[in-house]
Ligand binder design. Structure first.
Ligand SMILES: O=C(O)c1cc(=O)[nH]c(=O)n1[C@@H]1O[C@H](COP(=O)(O)O)[C@@H](O)[C@H]1O
Length: 297
């Protein structure tokens, strides 16, 4: 089954459009886990990251649409972190969760092929279901990813309008009468046009930040066949109202990512007293329920 159709199925069976971002940070791990790291070595932290992420996965499996491990936090630990990333991806897939690996990769076409082979599909050593990619190198840099998506029923999410305040410097620039992000959206639509599956969506998705609700509405109509990954919910200020426009009439077409507000929920003021560090997984569970409830339109 195509990635787009599997994502639609995951949303329907879990009854959730939540994507849990797995962004482990040493200083924010619950004290119970941080204290168990006996030596300050990459291997020891990598083991803690694996435990942290797999325990979160156990809590959210079946209750959310997908998870998104952010490669950067694993890369910080060097090779040991990359082993941990691999373990987290395969554990999530083993328990039936779709995985979006957040690597924001890309390069010239021949190297893009290597990235696509590396990260996507069941035969790759990483075995991710989908990957975030940058459009900056142009159409010929995206095509190798799309070919691998075709061959392996994988997906990609192209950065279209990012959630950060400075993204507009290039993305909002007007060129040939339209913004750069609108031009990227056109490319996404074009690459999807011959690949739309049963769910009404294709393998080429888009990243659009919750922090730009007006542009989200514009981009939803500009890319009717593209799944939209919406980061920026929660910790970056995006709300349920802000992401509403990302969905189609049947509640499909978008998944909303939250990382810090879910995985480090034990340190949010509203959960701190109730759960604290000891019951950090109960805090993850409560924050997941809260987000799911907010996004039930
Ligand atoms: O591609 C992404 O996921 C992404 C794109 C974007 O425009 N903004 C953005 O925040 N992200 C990622 O989404 C996650 C947001 O984390 P929180 O702000 O903690 O929810 C991080 O892993 C970011 O790297």
């Amino acid at each position: 089954m195509s990635f787009a159709d599997r994502l639609a199925e995951a949303v329907q069976t879990s009854g959730s459009v939540t994507c849990v971002g797995l962004d482990p940070r040493k200083s924010q791990l619950p004290a119970t886990l941080r204290d168990s790291v006996s030596t300050d070595s990459p291997d020891a932290w990598a083991a803690a990251y694996t435990q942290f992420c797999t325990e979160i996965i156990d809590v959210v499996a079946g209750r959310v649409a997908c998870v998104k491990p952010q490669a950067a936090f694993f890369e910080q630990l060097g090779p040991a972190g990359m082993v941990s990333l691999g373990q987290v991806i395969s554990y999530a897939r083993k328990v039936g969760l779709l995985v979006i690996t957040d690597g924001k990769r890309n390069d010239i076409g021949s190297t893009a092929t290597a990235y696509a082979d590396a990260y996507l599909g069941t035969d790759s050593p990483w075995g991710s279901d989908s990957l975030t990619v940058s459009p900056y190198l142009g159409r010929d840099s995206l095509e190798p990813f799309v070919e691998v998506c075709d061959a392996r029923d994988a997906g990609i999410f192209v950065l279209v309008k990012t959630s950060n305040p400075g993204g507009g410097l290039l993305q909002d620039r007007v060129c040939d009468g339209k913004t750069i992000y609108a031009s990227v959206a056109e490319l996404v639509s074009e690459l999807n046009s011959t690949r739309i599956g049963k769910s009404g969506y294709g393998p080429v998705g888009a990243v659009v930040g919750a922090t730009y609700p007006e542009q989200l509405a514009e981009l939803r109509s500009a890319m009717p066949g593209a799944w939209i990954l919406i980061p920026g919910f929660g910790a970056q200020g995006g709300s349920a109202d802000d992401v509403k426009a990302g969905f189609d009439g049947s509640g499909l077409g978008a998944v909303v990512n939250s990382s810090r507000h879910i995985i480090f929920a034990h340190s949010r003021p509203e959960y701190k007293d109730k759960f604290g560090d000891v019951k950090w997984l109960d805090a993850v569970s409560a924050a997941t329920d809260e987000m799911n409830a907010q996004l039930r339109f």
